[in-house]
Write a protein that binds this ligand. Structure first.
Ligand code: SAH
Length: 282
């Protein structure tokens, strides 16, 4: 999106709490679904508000969004940019390739986004960044327990360090790889978080024994047909013996975790009082 397209919609300082966004699309989005009082809310500061809701608009997260069980407020960064062209970035101090998002521009967007929000424990301020703490299920649980979150999606070489420090942003990474921008990372974080909010997933029990819920990877899953390409579903799963099935699933979860994720296995064993180095059980 070029700055020129949006120049008519520069932010007035008076922009209110629930109408921080100044571009047409996010506003249309905000006027769409009802929002239940106190519904968990994700505010996303981005140069590409049109990337939202994206996949979050589909399936269970999309239905829950339509029902107002959670809310999404993309905030277009562009109108906060400087000058006629609404510049949001500049060349890196010290030289080198690419561009850096300006601290003063981010500050203007935050001044609008953060009005009236509770403290950071209830409403974290997150900058998506490959340098951040790796996102995991525990973090998703912490975010879901709050009232909402404000996410800042970087682009180019990222955000001026002073903005990160000044606002005390929490840096969160999706993993050890570099994306072009923070939007996909934001959607992944929101998806993992929103599905932990009660009533968003139709069947809350499915959250309880899936991967990471207890620090283990999930057991393998099967469905009909009973035999496919010469491969049968393990007998125990067709036995109707729920205790045996539960035992089998736990054993498989433990074995998979031990084989694939020694890091998770070690932490799990330590939490359960076992010695991960002398572990004869499996
Ligand atoms: N120069 C930066 C990378 C910038 S990538 C560096 O080397 O650290 C541009 C933007 O994409 C980042 O500002 C960030 O918001 C987003 N991004 C890239 N990789 C990411 C990851 N693994 N997790 C979360 N966000 C990421």
């Amino acid at each position: 999106m070029s700055g020129a397209e949006d120049k008519g919609s520069a932010p007035a300082r008076s922009h209110g709490r629930l109408r921080p966004s100044v571009s047409r699309k996010p506003r249309a989005l905000m006027e769409g679904p009802p929002r239940l009082a106190g519904a968990w809310c994700a505010k996303v500061i981005t140069l590409f508000p049109e990337a939202f809701p994206g996949t979050l608009g589909l399936s269970l997260t999309g239905r829950a969004l339509d029902q107002g069980l959670w809310a999404l407020e993309p905030i277009d960064l562009r109108p906060f940019g400087e000058g006629r062209h609404r510049n949001v970035d500049d060349t890196p101090a010290g030289g080198g390739p690419g561009m850096v998002l300006r601290a003063d521009v981010i500050a203007l967007a935050l001044a609008v986004a953060q009005v009236g929000l509770p403290g950071r424990a209830q409403w974290p301020l997150v900058y998506l960044s490959p340098r951040g703490r790796p996102f995991d299920q525990a973090m998703a649980r912490r975010f879901a327990a709050g009232a909402g979150i404000t996410l800042i999606c970087g682009r180019f070489e990222g955000l001026d360090e002073r903005a990160i420090e000044h606002f005390g942003m929490e840096e969160v990474s999706l993993g050890d790889f570099v994306l072009t921008g923070g939007e996909i990372a934001a959607q992944a974080l929101i998806d993992a978080t929103v599905r932990l909010i009660p009533r968003v997933l139709g069947n809350q029990a499915s959250v309880e024994d899936e991967s990471f819920s207890e620090g283990l990877l999930e057991h393998p899953q099967y469905t009909r047909p009973a035999v496919w390409e010469g491969r049968a579903i393990p007998d125990v799963l067709l036995s109707g013996n729920h205790a045996r099935i539960a035992t089998w699933r736990r054993q498989m979860a433990e074995r998979l975790t031990k084989e694939r994720r020694p890091d998770l296995w070690r932490a799990y064993r330590e939490r359960h009082g076992g010695n991960p180095d002398r572990d004869q059980e499996l």
